[in-house]
Design a protein around this ligand. Structure first.
Ligand code: PGA
Length: 264
């Protein structure tokens, strides 16, 4: 298993000058040789270049928040995987719930994005997670453990099976899965350690079923209202290999404290 991972997803925030300053602060705080965990900064497209140049020489990686499912062509407004690699990205987030639910991204589009990202040498962070209604429905049926589990796991099973459909075992090693319950994103309500452990264990079992022999090579992150106040509890869950952080990655102080908690 690779190092634990801390990914800061800035979403649609920070102008270039703010991004340059912020990424510089994080890079300076960590120092050139930081290696207790892998840190990835994921700015908006417009700030990729300034952040990339400010973190060059550090161990921090650059990532993008989205990618299009074709390598080039007449797709106005879209950005391709080769363009991201050319801009210095090593990572790309695919299937974030805001893209699935606000922008209507489908499992089919997510599969294309994953496949093209991996074939262009990017590492993809595939986001999966259930909505509040899906979790509530599973809880309503809790008198029967098997039904509860089936209902709870079903959206995650569909999202993972569909996204990884065209990949072979070797390619799957370039994937990281981020379990992000939709109801926990940006809401301040994080999943409990028991809830996280249950889903992470399920994801691990599912991966082993689809790719026998894969072992524990795929890191599974938790995301959804991760902050300084809950990072220790979240990282105490054995199955958690790192975190995807939104809001709390926009403050150098809280992001640095989260990184230190993960790095130990
Ligand atoms: P949040 O966002 O930490 O603000 O909940 C997480 C994410 O969207 O990845």
């Amino acid at each position: 298993m690779d190092k634990k991972l801390v990914v800061g997803n800035w979403k649609m925030n920070l102008l270039r000058e703010e991004a340059r300053e912020f990424s510089g602060t994080i890079a300076d705080l960590l120092g050139e040789d930081y290696d207790a965990c892998q840190v990835v900064l994921v700015p908006p497209y417009t700030a990729l270049e300034v952040v990339g140049s400010r973190i060059s020489g550090s161990t921090i990686d650059l990532g993008a928040q989205n990618v299009f499912g074709e390598t080039s062509g007449a797709f106005t407004g879209e950005v391709s995987a080769p363009m991201l690699a050319d801009a210095g990205c090593k990572w790309v987030i695919v299937g974030h719930s805001e893209r699935r639910h606000i922008l209507g991204e489908t499992d089919e589009q997510i599969r294309e994005k994953i496949s093209i990202s991996i074939s262009c040498g990017l590492k993809a962070i595939l986001c999966v997670g259930e909505t509040e209604a899906q979790r509530e429905e599973a809880i309503r049926r809790s008198e029967d453990v098997l039904t509860r589990k089936k209902l709870l796991f079903s959206p995650i099973k569909t999202q993972i099976e569909s996204a990884l459909d065209s990949l072979d075992q070797k390619q799957v090693s370039d994937i990281v899965i981020a379990y992000e319950p939709v109801w926990a994103i940006g809401t301040g309500k994080n999943a409990t350690s028991l809830e996280i452990a249950e889903i992470h264990q399920y994801i691990r079992e599912l991966l082993a079923e689809i790719f026998p022999g894969l072992g524990n090579n795929v890191r599974i992150l938790y995301g959804g209202s991760v902050k300084t106040g809950n990072i220790v509890e979240i990282m105490s869950v054995e199955e958690v290999d790192g975190v995807l952080v939104g809001g709390a990655s926009l403050s150098a102080d809280s992001f640095f404290r989260i990184i230190n908690s993960v790095g130990g």
